[in-house]
Design a protein around this ligand. Structure first.
Ligand SMILES: [Zn+2]
Ligand SMILES: [Zn+2]
Length: 391
């Protein structure tokens, strides 16, 4: 077993304690004062200098003993607006909030990575910048960290990120070459018509009729204009309007999400969504507008860096089970970093033994904490190896 993995395993109890303390007090979005204070306190207790670069976003810079480049390691810390039903003794103490995406695992394991790297800093070529961000689920956090300068002083040469995989057991590690997660665009369509009595539709500009035409036009566009072999999820998830049997409403709001691995398709579809909303509305005498409310770019794992990481795993001290074709039809705002510097995102197994079904974003999801030291050591090992190779 490698030195790092051995040292990380010796920290199992400490890492589990970090994770459980964060887990008990889940906070959502950009406002994570308790979580941020806890992570900062633990890092400082271990002698690390912490920069609070935004209200609820932290970074630590480990200066190596030898010259070299800079690599970023990222963790998110935000929870979900989801009531927990895990049955764990350290379950959420906050009503309607829980760590159902496992970001408590990320935040805790990266504290472990910082401790390991600090211990071995004399052997590090260059620098490792570690970051803990809020607002991943809302796609706001990484943008805020970038605006506050996380990618500068020193500027980044590469980045690594890790997400827990609740559906695979400990010992599984996935990261495909090239596109790995989809982009996400969450959109809001507003259709303004003119309401009246339901018995006299000729006096209305019925926005519900327009909404149905737009809905169908989007489905036709997906199947007639995009290759069927391309992954493209185009879901309208909310249509809100009206409240009565006999009143045609004035307006409709439709909310939906679009996911694809292909940035060219993303750009094409956003353009078409805007055109369809406006022109179909206008065809039926209404006014339509489209707003992209939040988005995240696709994460494309740098092919050359993936090959390097595969080499680094050989002396990590664990034989991971891997599916090289694995892709994740979900999104993560780490994409804002991955589109700028060579990056790799890992998906690391943490399904407890004996469980058949265990899903992220599900109120019953549970995580095997044996994944914590593996995650801590994996990030430290790959960062040190990459820096050594690129010194
Ligand atoms: Zn999530
Ligand atoms: Zn997540």
């Amino acid at each position: 077993m490698s030195v790092l993995l051995n040292e990380a395993k010796a920290m199992q109890d400490k890492l589990s304690w970090f994770r459980r303390e964060i887990h008990k007090k889940p906070e959502v979005g950009m406002d994570l004062p308790i979580t941020t204070a806890f992570v900062k306190e633990q890092l400082e207790k271990h002698g690390l200098k912490v920069d609070q670069i935004i209200d609820c976003g932290l970074s630590v810079l480990i200066e190596g003993g030898k010259p070299g480049k800079t690599i970023l390691l990222r963790a998110d810390m935000d929870a979900l607006p989801l009531a927990e039903e895990s049955g764990e003794e350290f379950a959420s103490e906050f009503e309607g909030k829980s760590h159902g995406c496992g970001h408590d695992m990320h935040a805790a394991s990266l504290i472990g990575t910082a401790i390991l790297l600090d211990k071995h800093k004399d052997q590090i070529h260059g620098r490792v910048k570690l970051m803990w961000q809020p607002g991943e689920e809302t796609f706001e956090g990484m943008k805020a960290m970038i605006a506050a300068g996380i990618m500068e002083n020193p500027s980044l040469d590469a980045a690594l990120d890790l997400h827990v995989d609740a559906s695979s057991p400990v010992g599984v590690l996935n990261f495909s070459k090239g596109p790995f997660t989809t982009s996400a665009d969450n959109y809001l369509m507003k259709i303004k018509g003119s309401g009246c009595h339901g018995s006299m539709p000729e006096n209305s500009i019925d926005p519900l009729n327009v909404a149905v035409q737009i809905y169908n036009a989007i489905a036709s566009m997906r199947f007639r204009e995009i290759k069927s072999s391309e992954f493209l999820a185009m879901s309208i998830c909310s249509i809100s309007s009206g409240s009565s049997f006999n009143i045609i409403p004035d307006s409709v709001e439709m909310r939906g999400t679009m996911r694809t691995y292909n940035p060219a398709i993303r750009d094409y579809v956003v353009g078409r969504l805007e055109q369809i909303t406006k022109e179909v509305s206008s065809l039926f005498r209404a006014e339509g507008s489209l707003e992209i409310v939040s988005s995240a770019p696709t994460i494309s794992n740098d092919p050359e860096m993936v090959d390097k990481v595969l080499g680094y795993l050989e002396d990590f001290g664990m034989d991971f089970e891997r599916d090289p074709s694995f892709r994740l039809p979900a999104s993560d705002d780490f994409g804002y970093v991955a589109r700028t510097v060579p990056s790799v995102m890992f998906f690391i197994g943490c399904k407890p033994d004996g469980l058949e079904k265990n899903l992220l974003h599900n109120p019953k999801v549970v995580f095997d904490e044996r994944a914590l030291p593996i995650a801590s050591a994996l990030m430290a090992h790959c960062a040190m190896k990459w820096l050594e190779e690129h010194a």
